[in-house]
Design a protein around this ligand. Sequence first.
Ligand code: GLY
Ligand code: MN
Ligand code: MN
Length: 459
Amino acid sequence: MFTFQTYVRRRDELRHLLQGGIVLLPGNRESAANYTSNAYHFRQDSTFLYYFGLNLPDLAGVIDLDSGEDVLYGDDFTVDDIIWMGPQPTIAELGSWAGVKKTAPSAALQGVVQTALTQGRKIHVLPPYRGETELLLQSLLGRKPEVSVELIRAVVSMRDKKSPEEIAQIEEACETGYRMHTAAMRMCRPGVVEREIAGAIEGIAMQYGWGVSFLSIVSQHGETLHNHCYDGVLEPGRLLLVDAGAEAVSNYCSDNTRTMPVSGRFNRQQREVYDIVLAAHDRAFEVARPGIPYRDVHLEAARVIIEGLKSLGLVKGSTDEAVAAGAHALFLPHGLGHLMGLDVHDMENLGEQYVGYDAEIVRSTELATKACRMGRRLETGMVVTVEPGIYFIPAYIDKWRKEGICKDFIAFDRLAAYESFGGIRLEDDLLVTSDGSRMLGDRRIPITPEEVEEYMQRD
Ligand code: GLY
Ligand code: MN
Ligand code: MN
């Protein structure tokens, strides 16, 4: 965690953004995988981490907006716990790490919440995304939790721009991502099972940090966007898509995708499509700067994809009209990227209308942009992913053909030659700087076709 001053400063800033009452931030609990003492890998709630920094279960923080007092709730470990877990810090010690002077046992939280309710004070809570948290809030409040939009907006306005110390942590996660992706490139060859690569790269994430930032995608079926099946045996002539990221020990994330030829060399058809995705990726980095709506960056990437597919004879007509009609969505059915930070899809639990959109730019229902998770204007300090792709999804192509969607722009008869192509996605992490953008990570994962092919030849 950062020094306690960071958390004190963040809580003070939050206090200035809100009108009054108390902010109740429960941390996460252990979550049973198959029985209580065999829990899933522990993941702390990111907003609790942001304001209190403590990466342990069964804690809660209260920020009093009127008195200026912060209290950490949790229970000291007993000797029985220590037999199983080893020596543990006391709650008072944990409080001092977070710059919180007052701590109290978990059982005291109920009384504090009830007193605040009796006094008619506002209790600000965020939308719970785990059943356990929802139940805890219900029992503390005595009713279904009512989410505070004021708190959501305040948290988003702070967490969406990263400080230099946060960026350093994201860069650390990117360095682990570099190790993961280059290991995948070295392992990728015919006969290897996808699972072997998934296991090796997830091991690297554990070795250098907290683990993966999301379940890795390691698949020859790159056209299936979130494919978590690793049973495939790598076959010559196919493409392998690896979408994987790491969390630093601080839980800041990385998220990268590379697509590589199992044979070690792209064939002509693969190379043609790859070059288009790479050009879209480069274009997004060129245009990303403070003030531009990320929706427009998505559309810039879409233009490059349409232009490229026109050159292959798969799309026809005017580029402007094809993009306006959303013809690119057949090949790119997801948005260009998302915010990233303590969550790989940062703050997605708080609601997309507050995180990726705002009063000016709301999620559209138009085919051209409706898939975008992030549409609003970029600001200096934001971290977003840039992840264009081109996918040939047979069932989706069939649907468009049957329904005549964008029939004036799509050369459906030419798509048969791409039926078993799969998909290509290329993803890097972008920091919005005061005059443009820069890629995060000291070492760039090989991305040009030449770099990828050259890297794959290494032992
Ligand atoms: N696989 C998560 C993402 O790239 O958004
Ligand atoms: Mn990804
Ligand atoms: Mn991503």
